[in-house]
Design a binder for this molecule. Sequence first.
Ligand SMILES: O=C(N[C@@H](O)C(=O)O)c1ccccc1
Length: 326
Amino acid sequence: EQVLDQDFHMEEVINWPGVNLKLGQVSGLALDANNNLVIFHRGDHIWDANSFDNTFVYQQRGIGPIEENTILVVNPNSSAILKSIGKNLFFLPHGLSMDKDGNYWVTDVALHQVFKLGPQGNELLTLGKAFQPGSDRKHFCQPTDVAVDPITGNFYVSDGYCNSRIVQFSPNGMFIMQWGEETSANMGPGQLQIPHSLTLAPEHSQICVADRENGRIQCFHSETGRFIKEIKHKEFGRELFAVSYADGLLYAVNGKSYFGDSPPVQGFVMNFSSGEIIDTFTPVRKSFNMPHDLVASEDGTVYVGDAHADTVWKFTPSERAEHRSV
Ligand SMILES: O=C(N[C@@H](O)C(=O)O)c1ccccc1
């Protein structure tokens, strides 16, 4: 008797996007309400070891903001650029999210600020003080990501490379609360070492964080900040860069190992509730260099953006049918 055992596996959509999107370092990805891919990139600006002094002040203000459009909206099938906005606003783009009203929420690690931009790129909200790192209610320190709760409209900021906290704001930017340790000395629950990426799982009332230098994911109750769970696997290796939740699955990408290729830099598909790894995936052509963000859609399509390969890859779940005789 032939048993058809459908086996879930993510596979790269080869030759996508098939056009040159002229990307710089890709820092953030999101999907809009029409499932178009939104890309946040750095144009001709580079984050390297000389970008900041030891007090986290950006050193390259003199070169001015990025003159190219830093936010591109791309049709996921035709790869046509449907919209490009965000020129002359940013110095070092980092996180990107969309809300259900089509607004763009972004962070800039050089400006130490968080922005809400309207559908045409008009600034609707600005938090933090330009170029001024800090850790109080009105300053961030290299904020990494932002996520907007579709039910309450509250938004969360992961702050940041030089802070170790998650901050919750009301829809109009009033500070509500924060959690995480100012200096996370160790790896206890709620301790964060570069909270690098955020994703909401609204139907579970949870917000999950890529706790990058702890090489793990931490999930918290989105209304109280209470620690709920940690997801950590040896396959993650040293660093876990980004997380994205969709339809009961949690997707992630890790960082390169210090030495050699073990564990490899790769994408992960996990069951949100159990935390178990269902699948891992890597590109077929170019390999991941610094996969920096990823975004997953309800239909299982996943995009990975790389801040060193200046590339976005597209993956879709394939039903790899295995025929076994029993
Ligand atoms: O992590 C770093 N960068 C990436 O996350 C990024 O480019 O967002 C970095 C750290 C130290 C020096 C230079 C870059």
